[in-house]
Design a protein around this ligand. Structure first.
Ligand code: ZN
Ligand code: ZN
Ligand code: ZN
Ligand code: ZN
Ligand code: ZN
Ligand code: ZN
Ligand code: ZN
Length: 538
C-alpha cells in the first residue's frame, strides 16, 4: 500500500497525486469526519398494483366498507370516492358523525324500496319533470333518493356527464345531492351507447387510482399499466417494476435532493424559451433595418446583419461599414448610458450564474448516461472474469460499486439545480443574511466537492477492464471499489442531511421537503404476489 497507483500506472497517472489516501488506516480518519447520525423520518412503504390486480385491490376495499356499514357495492363506491378511497377516513367519520350524516354528506342514499309498485300497475303513466312528457312507468326510473324521471332524460344526462369524464353523477333534481346508482347508469347507457357504458365502467375502476391520494399510475412512457401505492410520506422516490424511477409526489423523474418545486422550475428554465431570455438579451440585438435578432460574433462592435445592414453593437443604431479599433466612420454613439450598462451587466451576471450551474449539471447528466451504459455491460465483464482460471469467483462488489456510482452520480447531478435555487434569489430571496449564505454555500460546496472527487474516483475504478487483471490486481481493485462505495455512500448521506437540516429546514418551507436518501436508490418495488388483494373475491 505504499504506492497507491502501482497497479494502474499505465492507464492512470494522476491518482497518486490526489488528496484522498487509503494508506495505513485505510480511510478510517475519513470515517471519523463522517459521523453517522440517525435521520428522523416518517416510515413509508410502497407497493406495486399491476393492471390485473387493480380490480381485486379495489374490491377488497369495497368489501371492507360494505361489511362494516352494511351497504351495497354502489353505495360503498360512492362513499369511497367521496373520501378519496381512504378507508380510515370513512371509519373516522362514521365514528364521529354517525351513519346518517356520513351518507348524506357524500350523497349516498340508503333506500329500502326502489320498486315502483306503489305507483300502481305497469300501465300507469307519469309526467317527467325534465321534458314534461307523459311516459309509462316502465319507461321511467326512480333513483334511491326518490326522484323519478323518464329514462330518455336520465340517459341523455348520463351520456353528457360520462363524456365530460365525471365519475360521480348526481341526481337531475337541482336540489338533490344524491349520487346515482352506477348499476342503473350502466344499464341505461348501454342500451344507447354500449361503448360509453364500458368507458364508464373503466372510469369507476380507474377512480381507485385517480381519486386516491395514496395511489398513482406509474408515469412511464409508454405506460407499463402499473399503479404504485405509497403509505406514509408522499415525498418518496420509487422504482416501478418496469424500471422507471420517479418521485411519487410530482410524478416526474426521481430528482432528490432537489425539491419538487425546484425541479419543476429547473426543467422549465432549461427547456423553454423563457429560460433563455437572459442569453438573448446578452448575446443578441435586433437589426435596425429588418428587426431580426443578430448574434454578436467575436469582439468587434460593428455588427453586420444578414440583410447587409451594419449597425453599432453598443447602441444598436444603423451605421456604415467602415471602422477602426475605436470608431465607426460617420457614427458617434452617445446613447449608451450608464443606466443601460448597469442593467445589462446585471442580466449578464444572472446568465453567467445560471450557466455555471447548468454546465456542471449537464456534465454529470452526461457522465450518468455513460455510466448507465457501463453498468449494462458490467455483467458481461463479470461473466468473462468468472470463467477465468482464477480462485476469485465473487464479483458482486463490482455490481454494488456500479450501482452506487449511478446512485451518487444522480445525487451530484441534482445538487446543482438545488444550489442554484437555494443560494439564488428566485425562490429564497432574503431568507439568509449574506454572511450566513456565504458560510453555508462554502460548506455545501465543500461537501459537493468531496463527493465529486470520490465519485470520479469510483467511476475510474468501475471503468477498469478487470477481466484482464491477475488475481492480485483484482484484489486491489476490489479493495478500492468496496472502500469508495462506502465513502461515497456516506458522503451522499451527509449531503442529504446537510441539505435537509441546514439549507432547507431554516427556510421553513414545507414545499421544499425532499425524498429521504437511501443508498440503494429509489425504493425498488417487487412484483406483487398473485394472492395479494384477492380476499375481496371470496
Ligand atoms: Zn323526461
Ligand atoms: Zn334525487
Ligand atoms: Zn412502471
Ligand atoms: Zn417530485
Ligand atoms: Zn437586418
Ligand atoms: Zn471589426
Ligand atoms: Zn453606437
Amino acid at each position: 500500500m505504499d504506492d497507491d497507483d502501482y497497479y494502474f500506472d499505465e492507464s492512470d497517472g494522476e491518482y497518486g497525486g490526489s488528496s484522498y489516501s487509503l494508506e495505513e488506516d485505510h480511510g478510517d480518519d475519513l470515517n471519523d469526519l463522517l459521523v453517522e447520525e440517525p435521520i428522523e423520518k416518517i416510515w413509508t412503504t410502497a407497493s406495486v398494483i399491476s393492471a390485473e390486480s387493480l380490480l381485486a385491490a379495489q374490491k377488497e376495499v369495497l368489501q371492507n366498507v360494505m361489511s362494516l356499514l352494511l351497504i351495497n357495492e354502489q353505495q360503498a363506491r360512492s362513499l369511497l370516492i367521496y373520501y378519496r378511497w381512504n378507508v380510515q377516513k370513512v371509519y373516522d367519520s362514521f365514528e364521529r358523525k354517525g351513519k346518517e350524516p356520513l351518507f348524506q354528506e357524500a350523497g349516498v342514499v340508503i333506500s329500502d324500496d326502489r320498486d315502483l309498485d306503489i305507483l300502481g300497475s305497469s300501465t300507469a303513466v307519469i309526467t317527467c319533470n325534465v321534458c314534461f312528457e307523459d311516459v309509462a312507468v316502465l319507461d321511467a326510473t326512480k333513483m334511491d333518493c326518490g326522484h323519478l324521471f323518464c329514462n330518455d332524460c336520465w340517459t341523455q344526462n348520463f351520456i353528457i356527464r360520462i363524456k365530460d369524464g365525471e365519475r360521480t353523477i348526481r341526481c337531475m333534481d337541482t336540489k338533490c345531492n344524491a349520487i346515482c346508482d352506477d348499476v342503473i347508469i350502466r344499464n341505461l347507457v348501454s342500451r344507447k351507447d354500449p361503448c360509453l357504458a364500458e368507458r364508464f365502467e373503466r372510469f369507476l375502476l380507474e377512480s381507485y387510482v385517480e381519486d386516491n391520494d395514496n395511489i398513482k399510475w406509474c408515469p412511464s412512457n409508454p405506460h407499463c399499466g402499473n399503479a404504485i401505492r405509497v403509505d406514509g410520506s408522499n415525498v418518496f422516490e420509487v422504482e416501478c417494476i418496469c424500471g422507471f424511477q420517479f418521485c411519487f409526489n410530482c410524478s416526474l423523474e426521481a430528482h432528490s435532493p432537489c425539491s419538487c418545486q425546484m425541479w419543476k422550475l429547473w426543467v422549465q428554465k432549461c427547456g423553454d424559451e423563457s429560460g433563455n431570455t437572459d442569453w438573448i438579451i446578452v448575446n443578441t440585438k435586433p437589426c435596425p433595418k429588418c428587426k431580426k435578432l443578430v448574434e454578436k460574433n467575436g469582439g468587434c462592435n460593428l455588427v453586420r446583419c444578414r440583410c447587409d445592414q451594419h449597425f453599432c453593437w453598443l447602441c444598436g443604431g444603423a451605421c456604415g461599414a467602415e471602422h477602426t479599433w475605436s470608431t465607426i466612420a460617420g457614427h458617434t454613439c452617445n446613447s449608451f448610458t450608464q443606466e443601460k450598462e448597469m442593467n445589462f451587466l446585471a442580466v449578464k451576471q444572472r446568465l453567467q450564474r445560471y450557466m455555471h450551474y447548468f454546465n456542471r449539471y449537464m456534465t454529470h447528466a452526461d457522465s450518468l448516461k455513460k455510466e448507465n451504459t457501463l453498468n449494462e455491460n458490467i455483467q458481461r465483464k463479470i461473466s468473462e472474469s468468472e470463467n477465468k482460471n482464477s480462485v476469485i469467483k465473487d464479483y458482486s462488489w463490482v455490481l454494488d460499486g456500479s450501482r452506487q456510482l449511478l446512485r451518487s452520480r444522480r445525487v451530484l447531478k441534482y445538487t446543482y439545480p438545488l444550489a442554484f435555487y437555494v443560494f439564488g434569489d428566485e425562490l429564497f430571496k432574503d431568507k439568509m443574511t449574506p454572511e450566513e449564505k456565504e458560510i453555508k454555500q462554502h460548506l455545501f460546496e465543500d461537501l459537493q466537492q468531496q463527493l465529486e472527487t470520490n465519485v470520479e474516483r469510483l467511476s475510474m475504478y468501475i471503468e477498469k477492464d478487470f477481466y484482464d487483471f491477475n488475481d492480485e490486481q483484482v484484489m486491489e481493485l476490489k479493495y478500492q471499489v468496496v472502500n469508495l462505495n462506502r465513502v461515497v455512500n456516506k458522503f451522499c448521506g451527509q449531503m442529504y442531511k446537510y441539505i435537509e437540516d441546514d439549507l432547507l429546514e431554516p427556510m421553513k418551507h414545507a414545499v421544499h421537503r425532499i425524498a429521504p436518501y437511501s443508498s440503494g436508490g429509489p425504493n425498488m418495488l417487487l412484483q406483487p404476489s398473485s394472492s395479494s388483494g384477492n380476499s375481496g373475491d371470496s
